[in-house]
Design a protein around this ligand. Structure first.
Ligand code: ATP
Length: 354
């Protein structure tokens, strides 16, 4: 569907109680998820949790065992009807769909525009290449382009038909970190311009935080938590979600008398009940290293690594098997091997029942 400006009209993509299995493996388990018009959702989760399967169900490359997929309010997969992939207005950018090596860059981008008159297809393909800044490469062949450039061509090919829904599976993997930043920014700009409703599959939390309007975290075929990057970072539903989003110092705690006692001192109780054993997590940026004799807990500095904006420190604390990690922004003067004190910022503390 096109608006008067030629841009796709933003549509909603919905999964209603969708399950899918391959033989005995339940890959997607009763997923309810709505992606709003022009929203960018990142699907995040460990390998094998069902991310790619969820994309394939929207693309029409798999048919759900139960439940329905709707695009723009119309059932495209479900008991009532199945719409074939090419009729869904869905663009795909999957790793398996590499560029065709024997076709020029322009011909690669034109590939998805086969239904249009020749000159219109050519103009649209050139426009898509221009969008990713590669129009000058139109007549070259893929092997003459760098990995990052090829990825941008793949992006141009996916968006050239102006799909209402764009499904991307690990679109930035295989790029080195600087190129990845460029291609991500380019992708965001193209998505904003085309107003495609988009799902990006990734296993990289940082990528999800950068790209997504909303992050959907999956585990074992189920949606564990969905929300903004800040929601998932500050209010993870469980320890596994917390671990996914940052490095953690994890120490045992006991809740008694309304406070939680740990080898790192006592903390106010957060949603856990008296008598309960809990895991107390402290993010390394909330650990401050102070001169010996000050701070909440005595320790010994056992390593430091300078990383530019921050310094990573490890502190051994009596009663703990693992050293406590700190990310210090300010200069710490203590030498490795010396006694120090640790201060914990309670805002960097999370706790979960064991
Ligand atoms: P990854 O991050 O490793 O790509 P994923 O989260 O995308 O993983 P899926 O590819 O959706 O996960 O796979 C979910 C589960 O379904 C896994 O256990 C996987 O082994 C299984 N699976 C996926 N595709 C098939 C298939 N074609 N045949 C059989 N099992 C499959």
């Amino acid at each position: 569907r096109r608006g008067t400006t030629g841009a796709a009209i933003a549509v909603r993509l919905a999964y209603e109680n969708v399950s899918h299995a391959y033989d005995e493996v339940l890959a997607v388990d009763r997923v309810d998820l709505q992606i709003e018009p022009a929203e960018i959702v990142c699907l995040l989760g460990p390998s094998g949790c069902g991310k790619t399967t969820l994309l394939k169900l929207a693309a029409g490359l798999e048919i759900p065992a139960s439940g329905r997929v709707l695009i723009d309010g119309l059932e495209v997969s479900g008991p009532a009807r199945f719409v074939p992939p090419e009729k869904r207005g869905v663009g795909l950018m999957f790793q398996d769909f590499a560029l065709f090596p024997h076709l020029s860059i322009l011909a690669n981008v034109k590939f998805g525009l086969a239904g249009l008159p020749r000159d219109v297809a050519e103009a649209e393909a050139r426009k898509a290449l221009q969008r990713v800044g590669l129009e000058r490469y139109a007549d070259l062949y893929p092997h003459a382009l760098s990995g990052g450039e090829q990825q941008r061509v793949a992006l141009a090919r996916a968006v050239a038909p102006r799909p209402s829904v764009l499904l991307m599976d690990e679109p930035f993997s295989g790029l080195d970190s600087r190129l990845r930043d460029d291609v991500r920014e380019e992708t965001l700009a193209v998505l904003r311009e085309t107003r495609a409703t988009c799902i990006i599959v990734t296993h990289d939390p940082e990528e999800a935080m950068r790209m997504a309007d909303r992050i959907v975290l999956m585990r074992s075929g189920r949606v564990v938590q969905a929300g903004s990057a800040a929601d998932l970072y500050h209010s993870p539903t469980d320890l596994a979600v917390a671990r996914f989003f940052s490095e953690l110092n994890e120490v045992p705690g006991i809740v008694a008398g309304g406070v939680v006692s740990t080898p790192l001192g006592t903390f106010g109780r957060q949603g856990v009940v008296d008598g309960e054993a809990v895991t107390v997590c402290v993010r390394p940026h909330g650990v401050q290293v102070a001169p010996a004799g000050s701070g909440q807990v005595p320790g010994r500095l056992i390593s430091r690594r300078f990383l530019g904006e921050v310094e990573l420190l490890e502190i051994a604390v009596d009663g703990l098997d693992m050293p406590i990690k700190a990310r210090a922004r300010q200069t710490v003067t203590a030498a490795v091997g010396s006694e120090v004190g640790i201060l914990i910022d309670e805002a960097a503390v999370l706790m979960f029942p064991v």
